[in-house]
Design a binder for this molecule. Structure first.
Ligand code: ZN
Length: 565
């Protein structure tokens, strides 16, 4: 700011002096005025040499830039009881995260706040179609966000409306209206603060697109992110000091509440590393979708790009402090800062907005549906009590032999105690419907084999018992399959309750894409609500449906270890 003012003063003085030389002023004024102008000239001649070097030093001087970031917030508005940590402290919460962000902002010379997508999911998101999230972001003064797959949970038209309501740029360089060269969102933006100019690009990747139900984005096509980033970098590089990419690509994050406590459950970020190697010129790459907590920033060995990402759910605030000189990052330090909810005073603006939305949806979620006797939990790579419970609900409702639900469809545990609609919507926040198919034993086997690849987690089941061997290659892991207690017959047709998400190719389940359902039922969430109303009391389901041949397979690593720095 100070340097910018100096520049402007120097320019004004320079303008006067050149006018004086041209005689445009001097001939029109009296002697005292001429003397005044001469004095100004004299002062100018003395000041200019002082001003100019300062102005030209601006770019060369070291600048301190702080980048704060989030990804995959997934509507984690309230602090999360971290039952996997000693003493079960609480982590995260929107108002607590906001106050931590503000603390860091106050300490920083120049700071920016970015998000890499997947703000949506959860009850408040479902009931406001994402509006509560966008409003929260306004209150937290985000500078830009990338579009994640979950921003399409209620369709592309809905998100168009949500995008139009926020004052900050929402970015998606590789999202186009189908069959056209018109983009759905802005590809990039330039943000200038305190004389620091950032070029910020947003993209979404193949895996993320693969989990968007096709019916929700019929008007869109998603192109390869790499050429889009390369083109944007080319356009931006002479105009900005640094280039930041907000990316929602890579492997789909594990859906398990305590995922951050399991290093072997963490995904890698190989695709981010590859992209940052293929496209030189990216200074900072803020990832998303994989939910991998990169505790210390990873520096690309070839291009020097700094790659970061959090575990998601607002349990950490991403912090990156840069020293910038001549449009280059010459030093950096960064970490994932834990959001200790109990030690942070909730930010009043965010807390007030949250209270407003909670009161708004209260009439819709307040009804007590029944009582849950024991917490139902998710497990992304094995059988789980929540998964089995939901599959049991589906099988009963559809009067089916078998029920199958994808692991990624379960978004939160169902706590013990009185259960209201909000609890069910947190666990099942999607527009996923219960469809019934006739499937052969061979088709069921195919679905299970895909699930056992663990690319999108292990499908949760009811009515069958599958024994699997993770030491076998993908596609050959199912050792034994029993349906209704009998060995499955590949040619026999079974009545199968499944979600339209799996049936329509979501999570790369392609088995049913050419088949038609024999029945289309209600939303999965409604089926579970009805089940609570009907049975009043829910006890944990029987386990032993998905049985590893070797007990160690129950915790098979999801990905190789992330590369060391
Ligand atoms: Zn995602």
């Amino acid at each position: 700011m100070v340097n910018g003012k100096r520049n402007r003063v120097a320019k004004i003085i320079y303008g006067w002096v050149s006018k004086w030389y041209r005689g445009a002023i001097i001939n029109e004024f009296s002697l005292p005025m001429r003397l005044l102008f001469k004095t100004i000239l004299l002062v100018s001649v003395l000041i200019l040499p002082l001003c100019q070097p300062i102005a030209s030093q601006d770019r060369a001087a070291d600048r301190e830039v702080t980048i704060l970031y989030t990804n995959d917030f997934h509507s984690a508005f309230d602090p999360i009881p971290a039952y996997w940590l000693p003493g079960e402290p609480k982590l995260g919460g929107a108002a607590q995260l906001a106050s931590l962000i503000n603390q860091y902002r106050q300490r920083a010379q120049t700071s920016f706040l970015f998000d890499s997508g997947d703000m949506f999911t959860g009850q408040l998101s479902f009931l406001t179609r994402g509006e509560a999230l966008m409003e929260m972001m306004i209150s937290m003064h985000y500078d830009a966000m990338a579009i994640g797959n979950h921003e399409f949970d209620y369709g592309s038209a809905n998100f168009t409306r949500q995008m139009s309501l926020v004052p900050f740029p929402v970015l998606g360089a590789n999202i186009y209206y189908k069959g056209t060269n018109h983009r759905y969102a802005r590809p990039y933006t330039i943000i200038e603060r305190n004389g620091v100019r950032l070029g910020v690009i947003g993209i979404i990747g193949g895996d993320a697109i693969g989990v968007v139900p096709a019916a929700l984005v019929t008007d869109l096509e998603f192109r390869d992110p790499e050429p889009e980033i390369a083109a944007a970098v080319k356009e931006l590089k002479d105009k900005v000091d640094l280039i930041v990419v907000l990316s929602h690509q890579g492997k789909t994050g594990p859906q398990q509440t305590d995922a951050e406590a399991h290093p072997d459950l963490q995904r890698d970020f190989d695709e981010d590393i590859k992209l940052c190697g293929d496209v030189p010129g990216i200074d900072i790459f803020i990832g998303g979708h994989a939910h991998i907590g990169i505790e210390k920033p990873y520096v690309h060995p070839q291009t020097g790009t700094i790659i970061v990402q959090t575990y998601g759910y607002g349990t950490r605030m991403g912090y990156l402090k840069l020293t910038v000189k001549d449009k280059k990052v010459i030093a950096h330090q960064g970490e994932l800062v834990k959001v200790w909810s109990d030690q942070l005073k909730p930010d009043p603006a965010v807390a007030a907005k949250l209270a407003y939305y909670k009161q708004l949806v209260a009439p819709q979620i307040g009804e007590v549906l029944g009582v849950n006797k024991k917490r139902l939990v998710r497990d992304y790579r094995a059988e789980s009590t929540l998964g089995s419970f939901v599959a049991d609900v589906m099988r009963e409702r559809a009067n089916a032999d078998v029920a199958i639900e994808n692991a990624g469809g379960l978004r939160w545990d169902i706590p013990a105690g009185e259960i209201n609609k909000g609890h069910v919507l947190d666990a099942l926040p999607f527009l996923n419907y219960l469809w019934t198919y006739e499937m052969t034993g061979a088709q069921i086997r195919e679905v299970l084999e895909h699930s056992l690849s663990l690319i999108h987690g292990m499908a949760q089941v009811s009515g069958l018992r599958a024994v699997y061997d993770m030491r076998q290659p993908v596609g050959h892991r199912l050792v034994e399959l029993r349906i209704g207690g009998q060995l499955a017959d590949d040619r026999k047709r079974y009545r199968v309750a499944i979600t339209n998400f799996i049936a329509e190719g979501g999570d790369e389940y392609y088995t049913l894409m050419k088949s038609q359902p024999i029945e289309k039922g209600p939303l999965l969430s409604e089926s579970v609500m009805d089940y609570f109303r009907k049975h009043h009391e829910v006890t944990p389901p029987t386990m032993g449906r998905l049985v590893p041949l070797n007990e160690r397979d129950r915790a098979v690593p999801m990905a190789p270890k992330p590369p060391a720095k």
